[in-house]
Design a protein around this ligand. Structure first.
Ligand SMILES: [Zn+2]
Length: 233
């Protein structure tokens, strides 16, 4: 089987979304990329998670052409491909309709950084895309979804902010591989829930100060990182 290890990793990452409670039914999808081979492995469309096998994980090239596969890929594949093309360091993409992240996407509000949990993972607020135009929606919708995300990141480092809220839709998250993308999707849901509670407790809550935000972000990321054990991220 082509790319057996990547397919196993992508299957496991998709199942992890279910275990962590951020997807229901067949909502949500995770992919991973082999940059060397220029191939992407992604969840098949419409297959229930509890029946999904490694053989069913769909492999495509960077134009979405099927390779060594009979099933149709997740319909969101073109969004994933746009992210892989524009964000060269990412190795996995996860999309969910997780409850609180989706609520902020529907409210079309970026998630402010209210505390150090957010600051550990995201170097600023989690941005929300602009609304898509009728032309974008009526054309190659999933590809245009990727393009609107990429445009939103024209002045944001995707490695420092590994998630976005697509307006009126839901979050897309990414990471160094499929498992990391799922990890970030679960964290995104957690900080979205806490931000919801924060503004419920105090509608005038202020975002975390820049100094404390930077302290938490940079102790886990970049050349000065010292959080955790060496080599464990
Ligand atoms: Zn969706």
């Amino acid at each position: 089987m082509l790319l057996k290890a990547l397919r196993e990793e992508v299957l496991e990452a998709n199942l992890e979304l279910v275990r962590r409670g951020v997807v229901i039914f067949t909502f949500g999808n995770v992919s991973g990329i082999s940059r060397e081979e220029g191939l992407v492995a992604i969840k098949p469309s419409g297959v229930p998670y509890d029946e999904m096998t490694v053989e069913q994980i769909v492999v495509t090239d960077m134009d979405g052409r099927l390779v060594d596969t009979n099933l149709r890929p997740s319909s969101d594949l073109p969004t994933h491909l746009e992210l892989y093309k524009a964000f060269p360091n990412i190795g996995g993409v996860a999309h969910t309709h997780s409850e609180f992240g989706t609520a902020w996407a529907q409210a079309k509000r970026p998630i402010p950084c209210f505390g150090t949990t957010h600051a550990d993972y995201f170097h600023q607020s989690v941005p929300v895309t602009p609304d898509m135009t009728p032309e974008e929606i009526g054309g190659e919708y999933e590809k245009a979804t990727g393009e609107v995300i990429v445009r939103t990141f024209h002045d944001i480092d995707p490695d420092a902010v590994p998630a976005v809220l697509v307006a009126g839709h839901a979050p897309f998250c990414w990471g160094k591989d499929a498992a990391d993308a799922v990890h970030n999707a679960v964290i995104l849901e957690y900080i979205a829930r806490m931000a919801t509670h924060t503004v419920a407790v105090n509608p005038d809550a202020e975002p975390l100060g820049r100094v404390l935000h930077d302290k938490h972000f940079f102790r886990k990321h970049g050349p000065g990182a010292y959080y955790g054990q060496p080599g464990n991220g």
